[in-house]
Design a protein around this ligand. Structure first.
Ligand code: 9D3
Length: 250
């Protein structure tokens, strides 16, 4: 999988993703990350890439020429016109299912805006997808692009170790993960739950599923609408819910 990032801050993207798992995936040749400076495609002698908005208003708008020039140059080198994902607060909110869909592409171009945005004509010419990472205000599209690249990369075969990748697809039936424990057995008077020391694999599995259901009920109850629970597990959830009601009556 090849990621191409069009940005005014290429170092930010390469620095951030050159570390840890994505960095190792690059070294192994499983992914490549290329950050192209839109400023290199300015046709002006002072390399300006932005100007005041027509019609007035605050701030500066990125000009269409450098943005399209940058993309056309990428296309010429690749011999194809890959999807262009524009990072914008006005986009669809990125999630795991969008990540899975994008992981099927060989090349993805991320367009990161700054200032008050990009001239609409450049967007009309090249953008195929408008994507946001959530309803809060950032200073630019670089961090969103990095978030998406991180998320898509771990879906590329070989990027995660095999133990972890076995668990990728399931997303555990829309449930949150159960709590984890390691040595020591007692920490500040808190014991590791006895069942985990029992060696009884069936009981451990049941306990972990119940913990997952309990956590999801307490922290992200809306996920339970799409959870896949066995008959027994539905009964356990009903018990949790009736316990809550009993508390309210006190
Ligand atoms: C004109 C400035 N703003 C009006 C309130 C709009 C605005 C545009 C661009 C505000 C922030 C930004 C910079 N953010 C992004 O480029 C961005 C973003 C975000 O801020 N939140 C969540 N997802 C994304 S994707 C790109």
């Amino acid at each position: 999988m090849n990621f191409h990032v069009m940005t005014l801050f290429p170092e930010m993207v390469l620095e951030g993703l050159g570390t840890s798992i994505t960095g190792r995936a690059m070294e192994k040749g499983l992914i490549s990350i290329e950050a192209v400076n839109i400023r290199d495609y300015s046709e002006e002698k002072h390399h300006h890439v932005d100007d005041a908005p027509y019609g007035g208003g605050a701030g500066m708008v990125m000009q269409p020429g450098p943005v399209c020039g940058c993309y056309e140059d990428l296309c010429r080198k690749m011999g194809k016109r890959p999807r262009v994902l524009y990072m914008t607060p006005q986009g669809r909110v990125f999630n795991q299912s969008i990540a899975r869909e994008l992981a099927g592409e060989d090349d993805l171009v991320f367009l990161c805006g700054h200032y008050e945005g990009i001239d609409e004509r450049a967007l009309e010419e090249i953008v195929t997808d408008y994507l946001s990472i959530g309803d809060y205000v950032l200073t630019g599209g670089e961090l969103p692009a990095m978030v998406m690249i991180d998320c898509i990369s771990r879906l590329v075969p070989g990027v995660l170790n095999n133990d972890a990748s076995a668990e990728i697809e399931s997303f555990h039936d829309n449930l949150l993960e159960y709590p984890q424990y390691t040595r020591p057995e007692v920490f500040r008077d808190r014991r590791v739950p006895e069942v985990l020391l029992s060696g009884h694999h069936k009981n451990i599995e049941t306990w972990r599923r119940e913990q997952s259901i309990k956590r999801t009920y307490e922290r992200r109850p809306e996920l339970l609408e799409n959870a896949n629970l066995s008959r027994k597990e539905q009964e356990y959830l009903a018990e949790l819910r009736s316990g809550e009601r009993a508390d309210e009556e006190d």
